[in-house]
Design a protein around this ligand. Sequence first.
Ligand code: GDL
Length: 686
Amino acid sequence: MSTPSRQTEHFISGVVEGFYGRPWTMEQRTELFKREQKWGLNTYLYAPKDDYKHRMYWRDLYAPEEAEQLITLISAAKKHNVDFVYAISPGLDITFSNPKEVSALKRKLDQVKEFGCRSFSLLFDDIETEMCPADKQAFSSFAHAQVSITNAVYQHLGEPETFLFCPTEYCAAYCTPTVSQSSYLNTVGEGLLPGIDILWTGPKVVSHKISVKSIEEVTSVLRRPPVIWDNIHANDYDPQRLFLGPFKDRPTELIPKLRGVLTNPNCEFYPNFVAIHTLATWCKANSEGGQKDVEMADEEQDSCYSPQKALTLALTDWLQEFLSTDQPGGPCLKTDPKKESSDEEPMQTDVGEGSYVPSPEETPLYTAEPLTLEDLKLLSDLFYLPYEHGPTARSMLQDLDWLKNNNAAAAAETDKTVEWCSRAQKFDDMCEAVVQMFNRLTNAPNRRILYDLYNYIRDIKTVVGLARAYVKSLGGQGRPSAQLMNNDPEPSVCRGGLPGEFQRMLPCHGNRDLFRHPPMTAVYCIRPYCPDDKMEVKKIFREMQRHQMVQPALICDSLSAGEISPAPQCALVLEDDIGMCGYALALTDAKPAAAKIQRAVSDSELKDFPSLLTVQVLPRVTDPSTAKRMISWLLSSIRSSGSKGAFCELRQSDRRMLHFYTKLGTFKPIKMAGLPQDIIAMGTSL
Ligand code: GDL
């Protein structure tokens, strides 16, 4: 456990620049120090993953020009009372047992010490855990190797006041087998000298919540309270996401139990205003004696910190920055000739003096309204947090979902029509608010914030526009649907590129909506079908037939009865805790199944829908999303086999399946010659 003197030390709070991708500029870092000072944060951990000399070429010393920049940066941090912690990540290729390697590491850190840096950090995250033969001989484990070099470097540097170590098992999910039983973490906890602090990201790499209990557990293994490296606002793992929601789901009771918190935020510097501002508010909940927020009674909520209030405070301050024309962040005026060639500061003509004034006959100048706090609230709601959309985004998703699912009912029942139209109008209004927000943001004077946000806001504006057009077409209004239904759509309609296509083929696709689903009462498992499943599948098939007329046969019966084997990768079974409770099978070419029941199906009929599928789930499965998931997985496989379309056959009397396919929305009734009465075919193009 930590010694009493360490417990009285200050709480480490601030930012770790620890993400993958383009590092921040020196100017941005200097700006960060100013903000940290203003908001009461005290630390900056320099750890840009893709900086050449931080990780990949960690042995290389800094050249004079780089040295000069670092010296300036370190002194800027000092000026703003921010502790500059220099981190190095030698774990990709270091040989721990080679004294030359240890010397190289010391030499590099000595150089940075000469630049005026007094705080250091060794990071061993995201590396291979297998040691080279030489290290295996020298150390009894990977943890022992890391402990040995870390203690040596720490002592070599004169036991700095702040020295941080990032373990390879840096979150509970990475611990084998568990946090308390991890021999790696136990060795680290036992072996690292007491003055060394240990970084920890919580239960996961990106932790949804961090509980007091989980921190107590890791503290006892590490023999010291950890410094949280918080990835809640990190976005380097998904280029479509940005996090502008408040620091959240970390109770302030954690503060006295932690050595500190450093946030590793979005790669884009300027949009981190909210992440850092709200973290600062959270940290103050402690230093201000944990003042209770009497308005909050809800047990779930923290009585010392309200994420909502912290967000409003942050957005109110951020609005001023958006509206400010002062540097940095204001319009990039060409004042410094050296900056003209910079790729970050595009040419821009001066504004203000000598502004153009059109004569009365000319087109009036475009003047959008100024940005508002409401705009920023909406922006934050649309780009909220990794596990949660903001309230407006949630409500838009729910409305769209409802409008889609209730379209048919609304067309049939007048009562429903009124409700549908009013909800469609509400949805349309929210879409319009997104467009207006986009317009006002793009008009805001501070161009640097805008440029960091631009791709994200354009993306959301386009997708919301597509959704809006879709709802209009459901309501039978106008042409916009043509854009969506067109056979030759613009690339802006089919979004996501190759990563998007891969994503749609994965089983987790469709399972990623962040807005809350009703709690599941049972746990289901969908797994690939194997030949041994044939009898169980047949049992389910017979069981489902018991309740129905079974003549005439359906084209898919031979598949369900095991007389024909499904196509490879095109068969799934569903299980719950009792056993198999459903299946989804497909043939990429339906002809053999047609032949089995002697149904004459012409080639031209199979031209658009050559593949066949069938899905069954027992009535005890109450969660409709299980069948949906199986279908979407199956359709992905059929699509990747090169098929143009798939169909299924249903009995008119099978209201449950009819309702299911109709609700899916992707299947439409198709004409097929020679279909027996009471059987309908539904198809979907792929
Ligand atoms: C990580 C990396 C970090 C990265 C983050 C989010 C740690 C300790 N390391 O695992 O560099 O930015 O995930 O992708 O968090």
